[in-house]
Design a protein. Sequence first.
Length: 500
Amino acid sequence: MPFIDQLQRWARTAGQNAAVVVGEHRLTFAQLLAAATSTPGAAQLVEVIDEPTSTALAARFCAAVYSGKVAMVIDAQGSPDLRHRLRDAALDWANGADHGGSAEPPFLLGLSSGTSGLPKAFTRSSASWQESMGRSVEFFEVTERTVTLAPGPLAASMNLYALGESIYAGSTFVALPHFSTAAALAAMAEHNVNRLVLVPTVLELLAGAGLRTQQSGQQLASIVCAGSALSAGALALAREWAPNAAIHQYYGAAELGFVAASGVDRTGTPAMPETSVGTAFPGVQISIRDGHGKRVDRGVEGTIYVKSPYVCSGYAWGDDGLAFSSLAANAPWRQDGQDRVESELEVESDAREWFTVHDQGRLDNAGRLHVLGRASDMIVTAGANVYPHAVEAALAAAAAASFDGRHVSVLVTGREDPLRGQRLVAGLYASEGIAAGAGERNATALLARCRLAAAKLPASHRPSQYYLLDALPLTGSGKISRAIFTQWLNEGDPRAQRLH
């Protein structure tokens, strides 16, 4: 059972130490183990946990794992209809005869974020988490003295993992009943937090608020970011606020686990080039493949595949073949009438062990991974393929120069266009400056800077429209969402105002 053996160990040897703290409530290791072993579970195989982030949620999760049930944590902020449908889907799955054909039953039903409809649910073995935690506590230097704050909801996979990781290491995990920068900064001070696990957007908000209110992050020894790229502006802001922290960024996916990671040392020197997400995480192999499944040379772009003990076991529901899949499943076949007789690719003996979520990228000569984006994020405009991240990076550098650079986020999406298929549209969000009322002059300067930077890009990569955002379009887990931004544009949402 992932982390439960460790929970039992820490309950014996450090039982009075704080294990989980949420708001005014806390559980020691001894109390958490007692709650996990005494909490009545559901009669069925799956334990659906549908409640806000709290010590009670942590206890129910541990209880489900301890009892050998399959845990599924639902975002309590979701609509009642969606939550009801997820519960029904989980119970239907639990009542089915086949749970993926795995000899080992899963311990977790994880939910993969989607733009609409019912989220996909993947299954994960206890071994995938157990081996991952053994590696991650060493890589991120999590010890008994670590106090981790994950300010996002526990329903998000990276935060739920951080909870298990903290228990595994015998350290303290802190979460917030409701996120705000004030609540996060207060929790850091009250509980002597020395490690953050969060997405770059939240780090930038937290660092900016800390600097404005003179609440230093000097006590932080470690910051771990995931979910999206950490921009140069966000990194500079974090470094100013938390000068003593080692800043790690990792690339992964809920279905894949850790894939690659990089770091910034405590002097502020990046361990990797800015465009890289790092080298393969310990235990992971990375391969870049073309559309036929063949390996490509270093420096050539293609689909990112991983061979890893951390990958999930497959989908319980929602598998449309467009997300998590194996190399063997993706290999093209030659048709002979109605029969698939052989693969155009000489399928490798371990082809069923290589998996992808169809992110695109390349490996450089030093083995560093550069991620272009999800294949589904690609914008096709006038026949050209454009990955938004490349455009965002170029514009963000220009936007940063306009406002001492640390407070402008750039988001690029595609909108339907009758001539080009899609046209590029950029959204600009300033947490200070424009958003604080600096006025039309700053907005004009920002637009001019971005257009100047865009002029240096290929014509296909230049946005045709720019919007000033009053808020960031965020998912429930705090990740910036292009889909939500596009929805704002299509609906004429006042949070996105056209810049001329």
